[in-house]
Design a protein around this ligand. Structure first.
Ligand code: ADP
Length: 467
């Protein structure tokens, strides 16, 4: 069985407090009792000393020595407090004895004390002990006093009531702090577990495909803030992925529909004998099939580019060198299409994934060739502008209408004009180029005029460290 975190935290907190309160009560209760017993013991001793002093000070040789009446008064008074006194003169003749004086009362008092102490403090094994005090007058011995009282100490009813009250107060304080701590523990546990429960609820919702909800991030603890924040990010990224997935599926579906519809309608009509299967018609079908093949190849690219974070190891790369390498591989194609080309500018260094950046330049160059008629020209140039290396790919081709210049970077987007050119494009190349450039913290833009030509501008931050 799985315990709820909240229950577990509350239980652990309560147990901890219970043990703490118990230990504190035990130790402090013990200490208070011991302190009080020490106090009573000292008090008793000092009371006996005072008694002896007081009797000694009442000796007056001018008025017959001992004042037995006074001793009697003191003795009876002391008896009530548990002191039994006996006074002897210098010749050890007994002058006054509490026991002899009122034996019944005296025994009653002594028994009461012994019984009470045996009942309440049996572990003490206390008993009455005789203490002897020598009495002097101006340095001359005048007798001695025997005081017998219950040792190690004697507590009367009020004392016991006082100790019991102290213990009761201690118990009440312990109980109250226990209740307070349990309530506080439950509140604390709730405070910790509530955001966790919210996260659990939210992740469940995400698992069910609902990516729109977000958690509050105004948390007081760092860990809870980080947890809710990362769950929110995860939801946002999943939502983005989901949108991309939907977009991609509908784009692909849209792109596949046209060639497949074209091929099947041609085939159908040719099979039904409505159209003759001429070489031209078969060629048309073949062209559409080729477009499908290119599309499938591009889709593979797209999958790799978008899934793998696009850029891997970066290194110091000269933009002009890179453009020159790419141009070389297009030389034959440029010749065949009767297009002039030029490469110029300074070699600005950027930090780049060379393979990926070559892919961008190759894509721009291949587009420029595709959309430029024979006799046209292409110019690639590199310059430095502030902290950026800028690469231009210009052509004197068909151009792109103003309102479409942004959209050509969208996946599968192709201008109407380019569609009619039967170049076999799929509208994927520029979207990949844009993803690669952005992964280099750069930008890619386009300036163009229909009928005059286009200019693609790639801006990448220069490699400060190395250039
Ligand atoms: P593709 O060239 O395979 O169709 P791209 O993503 O490379 O795909 O380009 C998207 C669209 O942008 C092209 O279909 C075309 O309409 C337009 N385009 C790109 N480069 C040029 C260019 N140099 N001149 C004219 N149009 C261009």
């Amino acid at each position: 069985m799985k315990l709820r975190l909240r229950t577990m935290l509350s239980l652990q907190f309560a147990l901890l407090v219970l043990i703490t309160v118990f230990l504190i009560s035990l130790v402090s209760g013990n200490m208070i009792n011991r302190q009080f017993e020490e106090y009573v013991t000292k008090q008793q001793k000092s009371q006996a000393d005072d008694l002896a002093d007081s009797i000694e000070s009442h000796y007056d040789p001018n008025h017959g020595g001992w004042n037995v009446d006074y001793v009697h008064g003191m003795g009876m008074y002391a008896l009530k407090d548990g002191f039994v006194i006996r006074l002897y003169d210098a010749q050890k003749v007994m002058l006054w004895d509490a026991e002899n004086h009122d034996m019944a009362f005296c025994h009653k008092m002594l028994n009461k004390i012994a019984e009470q102490m045996k009942e309440k403090r049996p572990e003490l094994e206390g008993k009455f002990v005789n203490y002897q005090y020598n009495l002097n007058y101006h340095g001359e011995k005048i007798g001695f006093l025997e005081i017998s009282y219950y040792t190690p100490y004697y507590m009367n009813e009020h004392d016991f009531q006082f100790v019991a009250a102290l213990n009761r107060i201690l118990g009440i304080v312990g109980g109250l702090s226990l209740i307070f701590a349990v309530v506080l523990g439950m509140l604390l546990a709730r405070q910790i577990t509530r955001p966790l429960s919210e996260v659990v609820r939210m992740t469940r919702r995400i698992a069910e495909g609902n990516y729109t909800t977000r958690l509050r991030t105004d948390r007081s603890t760092l860990e809870l803030y980080e947890l809710t924040d990362s769950v929110n990010r995860m939801a946002a990224s999943l939502s983005e992925q989901e949108t991309l997935r939907k977009q991609l599926t509908s784009d692909i579906e849209h792109e596949l529909r046209t060639p497949v519809a074209n091929i099947s309608s041609y085939m159908e009509m040719m099979l039904e004998g409505v159209l003759e299967p001429t070489t031209e018609r078969l060629q048309n079908c073949y062209n559409e099939l080729k477009r499908l093949t290119t599309l499938i190849a591009d889709l593979k690219h797209l999958k790799n580019e978008e899934a793998s974070g696009v850029v891997s190891d970066k290194e110091k790369t000269g933009l002009l060198d890179l453009a020159s390498v790419v141009l070389k591989s297009f030389e034959t194609q440029l010749h065949e299409n009767h297009i002039e080309w030029r490469l110029e500018g300074e070699n600005v260094f950027v930090s780049a994934d060379t393979g990926r950046l070559q892919q961008v330049i190759a894509n721009l160059l291949s587009n420029a060739i595709k959309y430029t008629d024979a006799g046209g020209s292409i110019r690639i140039s590199v310059t430095r502008q502030d902290a950026y290396g800028v690469l231009y790919v210009e052509d004197s081709g068909i151009g792109i209408p103003k309102d479409e210049q942004e959209r050509i970077f969208e996946r599968f987007y192709r201008t109407d004009k380019s569609r009619t050119r039967k170049t076999g494009g799929t509208g994927i190349g520029l979207s990949i180029a844009k993803a690669i450039v952005q992964a280099h913290q750069g930008t890619i833009t386009c300036e163009s005029e229909v009928g005059k030509g286009s200019r693609f501008i790639v801006r990448l931050p220069v490699d400060h460290e190395k250039s």
